[in-house]
Design a protein. Structure first.
Length: 300
């Protein structure tokens, strides 16, 4: 393909494609961080002005030392997500790593993977990612989680000097309906009554403890008897546990001591007497069913 020089800039050219259409391109030569000579080439611009603006952006980036932005201009979102995950996966807790792996595989890549990382704009992101997830009937809080995870990946690209900034901040996402996030007193009473009638002592006390303390299930599963002070009527959270193992709490604020009432103390004392027969390290242990309680509460 023969290139013809533009009069506007020595690195700007025009050419004719197979359909004899006149198109524009640029070829910018620069030195990378190691002093090696490089060339950035891009074609397919329909006008000289469009090609010239793109060339000026490339020149500005190389002059300002933003060579990585130039070299990675063709990097797709999918490619960056793979780089980000493989680079940082060993820095994350097991649950965070699995959460990010699944979000990349099932939400981010299918909806955003084909876009070039440097070209994905805020409007497109809102339209093809946030709105599409909401249309798929994900809860707003779940969509907010995917959005936060994507911003973490973008912040890593900024730290790596591939992007100049994170343009996906300040995106509005609806809030969950508060009515969907808790049980009424009547509903909770029915749940506890059903659990007491149909479940064994461990299952019932586990559900009872969650209801009366507000602990997360992983926090409750991590409790040992020395975490309960029956005289002071407190529970101290200092670890979490699930089918992936035992870990420290996710944040400093997750380490805490909470007060519990007489009803909760009475149930836990009753359960402790039953547990003395088997002498296990953790308060809540189950032997036969290790998958879930009613399909939602995982413990072992």
């Amino acid at each position: 393909m023969k290139l013809y020089n533009s009069k506007k800039d020595k690195e700007l050219y025009y050419y004719f494609n197979a359909k004899k259409e006149k198109l524009w391109c640029y070829r910018h030569r620069y030195y990378d961080a190691l002093g090696k000579r490089r060339e950035k080439y891009k074609q397919g611009f329909k006008t000289e002005s469009e090609a010239y603006r793109a060339l000026l952006d490339v020149k500005a980036n190389t002059l300002n030392g933003n060579v990585k932005q130039v070299e990675n201009s063709n990097l797709t979102v999918a490619e960056w997500l793979d780089i980000w995950y493989e680079t940082h996966k060993n820095d994350w807790k097991v649950t965070s790593r699995k959460q990010r792996e699944l979000a990349i595989k099932y939400q981010m890549k299918p909806l955003l993977g084909k876009y070039k990382l440097v070209e994905l704009d805020k409007t497109t992101y809102k339209r093809v990612f946030i709105n599409k997830l909401l249309e798929k009937k994900y809860k707003p809080s779940t969509v907010q989680l995917f959005h936060r995870l994507f911003k973490v990946a973008i912040n890593a690209a900024v730290d790596d000097e591939i992007l100049p900034r994170n343009r996906f901040n300040k995106i509005s996402i609806p809030q969950d309906d508060p009515k969907d996030n808790f049980l009424t007193a009547e509903e909770l009473s029915k749940l506890l009554a059903a659990a007491k009638e149909h479940e064994n002592d461990t299952n019932y006390t586990f559900i009872f403890t969650l209801a009366y303390t507000g602990l997360r299930k992983g926090e409750a599963l991590g409790l040992q008897w020395n975490n309960i002070d029956f005289n002071a009527k407190t529970i101290t959270v200092e670890r979490t546990r699930d089918n992936k193992g035992i870990r420290t709490p996710k944040t400093k604020n997750s380490y805490r001591t909470i007060l519990i009432d007489d009803i909760a103390i009475a149930q836990l004392e009753k359960y402790k007497k039953w547990c003395k027969k088997i002498k296990l390290l953790f308060i809540f242990i189950i032997y036969i069913r290790t998958h879930s309680f009613n399909g939602s509460i995982n413990y072992e």
